[in-house]
Design a protein around this ligand. Structure first.
Ligand SMILES: Cc1cc2ncn([C@H]3O[C@H](COP(=O)(O)O)[C@@H](O)[C@H]3O)c2cc1C
Ligand SMILES: O=C(O)c1cccnc1
Length: 377
């Protein structure tokens, strides 16, 4: 993979020195990234729809497949888009709030699962392989040391702080996590990947996700808080009270998305926000997964409203709050699979769907070519 991004490509930052960049430099780079995100190319999307309307079928009878094909044409700025490479960007980080008992699972699972992803044996590896995609794993903030230490090269810090007591991280750390996520997306795109999906692992991360969704949508904590890895009723009530406290203690301002991420977010969530922004900047479609990636998407869309046009939804996670987040983004879910794993597993299921959508455009015959009678249908 090409890691030789030049300064210009990387929003004026030295891509090798994000860790030593000042807060002001990171802030400026984010501004460059955000302000470079354009609208879809509507004429390319319309031309794709014309192509599809010429195929031997009643108009729009392939529903969402047609929507996806037109969206990708608009994103890529051509009526004949091609997918050259696919990847799940899996961001791993720990969440200090787990000490409050907000997850049914112990914290060490984050690092243990990270090694499983690297070995290619987890749910996301299976489903990404099925979709012809690679999984690019990044330790953006696991709490414990990893072996070999090179695995920690992108780590911003050793887990977030407990959001029920104060901010998850400093503003500078949030900016670094966002821009690191953007950089990882940029490297993948430079290596030829032009379809991305968001994935994550981080025990406890449905807690900051619910906090973010509550802050960005205005819905109550109760409406957006779910059981995560499987909390029982009483523990769920406790999780809600912790999220309420986190919002009360930190007073996040929804008009300042970086501030919200730094106060009640997580490192893996911030990195996904950055990856989504970079995908939009580079005109690459990005498939969303469950509640955690949707929380990241809300922050990204708050920073750059047009970037929602580059998002392709996947499933409606069983986790409460996910659909509310998608609705706020103006996006409908596509799969109703009762999944609640995360990692990018729901998103990965969309790779074959996207391929199917573009194959319809490329391989299906037109009325003219097939000699089929046209009409008002
Ligand atoms: C073995 C295992 C593998 C996972 N892979 C993703 N998650 C998912 O569960 C976690 C979020 O749920 P909560 O907020 O309740 O901790 C995240 O790591 C998420 O990716 C997993 C969870 C477990 C236990
Ligand atoms: O919606 C998700 O992605 C999710 C739900 C529960 C636990 N982990 C992830």
């Amino acid at each position: 993979m090409n890691t030789e991004l030049d300064f210009q490509k990387f929003h004026g930052l030295d891509p090798k020195a994000l860790g030593s960049a000042s807060e002001a430099m990171l802030e400026e780079a984010l501004e460059t990234l955000v302000s470079g995100i354009d609208r879809l190319d509507q004429s390319a999307a319309d031309k794709m729809q014309e192509r599809l309307d010429g195929k031997i079928k009643p108009l729009r009878s392939l529903g969402v497949l047609e929507d996806i094909a037109s969206q990708i044409a608009g994103i890529m700025g051509t009526p004949e888009p091609k997918i050259n490479g696919r990847a799940v960007l899996l961001m791993a980080g720990d969440n200090g709030v787990v000490v409050e008992g907000v997850s049914a699972a112990p914290q060490e699972i984050t690092a243990q699962m990270f090694y499983s992803y690297l070995r290619g044996e987890a749910g996301i590896n299976v489903l990404a392989r099925h979709g012809g995609a690679e999984v690019i794993c990044t330790d953006i903030g696991i709490v414990s040391p990893l072996d070999p230490p090179a695995l920690m090269a992108r780590r911003v810090k050793n887990g977030t702080d407990n959001i029920s007591k104060g901010p998850a991280m400093t503003r500078r750390e949030a900016l670094q996590a966002i821009l690191t996520g953007a950089q990882i997306a940029a490297e993948a795109i430079d290596a030829g990947i032009n379809l991305l999906a968001t994935g994550e692992v981080g025990i406890g991360n449905t807690t900051p996700s619910a906090a973010l969704i509550s802050v960005f949508t205005g819905h109550s904590v109760e409406e957006v808080t779910g059981r995560g890895t499987g909390l029982k009723d009483e523990a769920l009530k406790h999780k809600e009270s912790i999220i309420k406290r986190a919002i009360e203690v930190n007073q996040p301002d929804p008009a300042d998305p970086v501030g919200v991420l730094s106060k009640v977010g997580g490192l893996e969530i911030a990195a996904l926000s950055g990856a989504i922004l970079e995908a939009a900047y580079r005109r690459v479609p990005v498939i969303l997964d469950g509640i955690i990636s949707t929380a990241a998407a809300l922050a990204a869309a708050k920073l750059a409203p047009h970037c929602a046009e580059y998002m392709i939804s996947s499933h409606n996670s069983e986790e409460k709050g996910h659909e509310i987040g998608l609705r706020q983004l103006g996006i409908n879910f596509r799969l109703d699979f009762h999944m609640r794993l995360g990692e990018g597993t729901g998103a990965a299921l969309m790779f074959p769907m996207v391929d199917a959508a573009l194959k319809i455009a490329d391989e299906m015959a037109t009325f003219n070519a097939a000699g089929v009678t046209t009409g008002e249908f």
